[in-house]
Design a protein around this ligand. Structure first.
Ligand code: HEC
Length: 221
């Protein structure tokens, strides 16, 4: 009996360890998906392999529920309306710059103003068809999510509760505070192809992301 209990204990430990590891990978993938890219397409990069192989790297023991919320926040950042199965307003966002080339619904996406790389005017959207001229959101990393929530609710942003429920804003705030990554580490800026080892990535993709995709929605970069 005692032995059984002990092995159940061991099993539980093993399972929760796996969950933490999966959660970490899950968060990375979700951020990748949020940015509109599938990982596993790029040439093998040792840096990525080290990231997950190195036992010395501390694994952050985030509550898996939070990991989910953070990952969801990343998807919302990319395209909240699609994630929430909502229609964004037809009229162009009032804060969208006159010099920008987009119109209507897409101007309500966080990434349209702040960039898929979170860097706004200093990143991929510094010029070209997605030019916005607006600052990025890298500056709020580590900030109290409650403060970020207030920013999302401010007049500039003009999001109503009917468009975006409170809980979605909370996940966005959590993501911006704790989930942002340096995209240059995972996506090659020039080719827009994800770094990583396709064969290793395939295993994670098939067990985690394919499932995530079933409950998620396709999005355009
Ligand atoms: C139409 C353009 C537009 C869209 C869409 C938009 N924002 Fe903003 N956002 C702004 C502007 C303008 C500012 C103020 C920038 C400044 O102070 O220079 C801002 C500021 C912010 C800041 C503060 C950044 C800082 O460092 O001070 C955060 C955080 C933020 N936005 C999050 C979001 C989130 C989350 C979404 C999507 C739900 C979103 N924004 C969508 C235009 C936009």
């Amino acid at each position: 009996m005692y032995d059984t209990l002990k092995s159940i204990g061991r099993l539980r430990l093993a399972v929760s360890g796996t969950l933490v590891a999966l959660g970490f990978v899950f968060a990375l993938f979700a951020v990748g998906l949020g940015a509109g890219f599938g990982l596993g397409l790029g040439a093998p990069q040792p840096a990525f392999a080290q990231e997950s192989d190195d036992d010395a790297t501390p694994v952050h023991a985030h509550d898996p529920t939070n990991i989910w919320a953070i990952a969801r926040g990343g998807q919302l950042y990319d395209n909240w309306a699609a994630v929430l199965e909502q229609e964004a307003p037809d009229q162009t966002h009032p804060a969208y710059p006159a010099a920008g080339k987009k119109k209507g619904k897409s101007t309500w996406r966080c990434k349209e103003c702040h960039g898929w790389d979170y860097m706004g005017k200093d990143g991929a959207y510094a010029k070209g068809s997605h030019y916005s001229g607006i600052k990025g959101v890298r500056g709020v990393v580590g900030k109290d999510p409650a403060e970020i929530h207030k920013i999302i609710m401010n007049e500039t942003h003009a999001y109503t509760e009917a468009m975006m429920p409170h809980s979605a804003m909370e996940k966005l705030a959590l993501f911006l505070s704790r989930g942002q990554i340096d995209t240059d580490r995972y996506i090659d800026r020039k080719s827009k192809v994800a770094r990583g080892n396709p064969r290793r990535g395939a295993q994670f993709y098939q067990t985690i992301c394919a499932v995530l995709k079933l409950i998620s929605v396709p999005s355009k970069p």
